[in-house]
Design a protein around this ligand. Structure first.
Ligand SMILES: NC(=O)c1ccc[n+]([C@@H]2O[C@H](COP(=O)([O-])OP(=O)(O)OC[C@H]3O[C@@H](n4cnc5c(N)ncnc54)[C@H](O)[C@@H]3O)[C@@H](O)[C@H]2O)c1
Ligand SMILES: O=C(O)C1=N[C@H](C(=O)O)CCC1
Length: 276
């Protein structure tokens, strides 16, 4: 890459560098000629701290040392791509905003308070947040909204999600995006109609409810079904992530897209130009 490109190409910091998504993101950034890797962060005490991130990943050195100091790392960045954990992401939102870096958030399991704190940080910088960064899932939210609007409450809506056995939050961020889309299509608020975690004598299903079920097994990367079921027919919309690269590619697109945007809270539909 030329010296000129170096001054204009966004510098990216990857948080949670050693994680499943962190490593996929680092490989994606290193393979791109539209961005530069300028930092890699992980939590204090992690055995990658102080090591070259390329070597820590089992390859050759890339000249970026893994740090546990977000302030130092973000100062060099035009964008921070963050797939970590809720408490870390809330802290990073404030620090990335101070550094005026675009913050791309893939972390799921965020509480309403976490989201409120992130949205406060978005007054000062661009934040793009989505429970799923893939093109396919974001299109599926639009289809889900449309189908939910077309079908009445004779059709029960169920969101079924399937993930690997290391996932710590449920329902998945994607399942919640799909539930929100279905609720929007029906003109209701998801919290008022969501059925989460049925167990025991639950009583019959409530009409108009939106149900969630979570499978955790093996190495499943991420699969989601939205089922619309009446007494006489069943329609199932389904997305399957074959590879984590779909999430990393979307995140990188968001980091580049955000470079010339005004401060604010955005999602992947904004990035993809699909928001109405
Ligand atoms: N939005 C999407 O498209 C999408 C896709 C995949 C995963 N995710 C979400 O991304 C998150 C991470 O998933 P994963 O499978 O990579 O998990 P993981 O457990 O493999 O990785 C998490 C990483 O974050 C690091 N971390 C935790 N606390 C930290 C802190 N305080 N400071 C710095 N680093 C810290 C961990 O050490 C680890 O490296 C989850 O919330 C998951 O649901 C979102
Ligand atoms: O592996 C994960 O964890 C995933 N999390 C996101 C979610 O919660 O929907 C996206 C799919 C993979």
């Amino acid at each position: 890459m030329s010296a000129e490109a170096n001054t204009t190409t966004p510098g990216i910091v990857i948080t949670g560098a050693s994680g499943r998504m962190g490593q996929m993101l680092i490989r994606t950034v290193l393979a791109s000629d539209r961005v530069r890797l300028v930092g890699a962060l992980d939590r204090s005490g992690h055995d990658w701290i102080g090591r070259d991130v390329g070597e820590a990943m089992g390859g050759s050195a890339v000249g970026v040392t893994v740090t546990d100091d977000p302030l130092e790392a973000f100062a060099k960045a035009q964008a921070v791509i963050d797939f970590t954990a809720p408490s870390a992401t809330v802290e990073f939102a404030g620090l990335a905003a101070q550094a005026r870096a675009v913050h791309v958030i893939g972390t799921t399991g965020l509480s309403a308070d976490d989201i409120a704190a992130i949205n406060r940080a978005a007054h000062h910088a661009v934040i793009v947040r989505a429970g799923n960064m893939s093109l396919g899932v974001n299109l599926l939210t639009l289809l889900t909204k449309k189908v939910a609007a077309a079908l009445d409450a004779d059709f029960d809506i169920e969101v079924i999600e399937y993930h690997h056995n290391r996932k710590v939050d449920a329902p998945s961020g994607t399942a919640l995006m799909l539930g929100e889309a279905a609720a929007e299509g029906r003109g209701v608020t998801l919290e008022d109609v969501a059925d989460r975690g049925r167990d025991g004598i639950t009583g019959a299903r409530g009409s108009g409810h939106i149900g969630f079920s979570a499978i955790r097994a093996g190495a499943i990367i991420g699969e989601h079904d939205v089922m619309f079921a009446s007494q006489s027919e069943r329609l199932i919309l389904r997305h399957v992530a074959e590879d984590r690269s779909v999430f990393a590619t979307g995140a990188l697109k968001a980091a580049i897209w955000g470079q010339d945007k005004a401060p604010g809270a955005y999602n992947m539909l904004d990035v993809l130009g699909l928001n109405d």
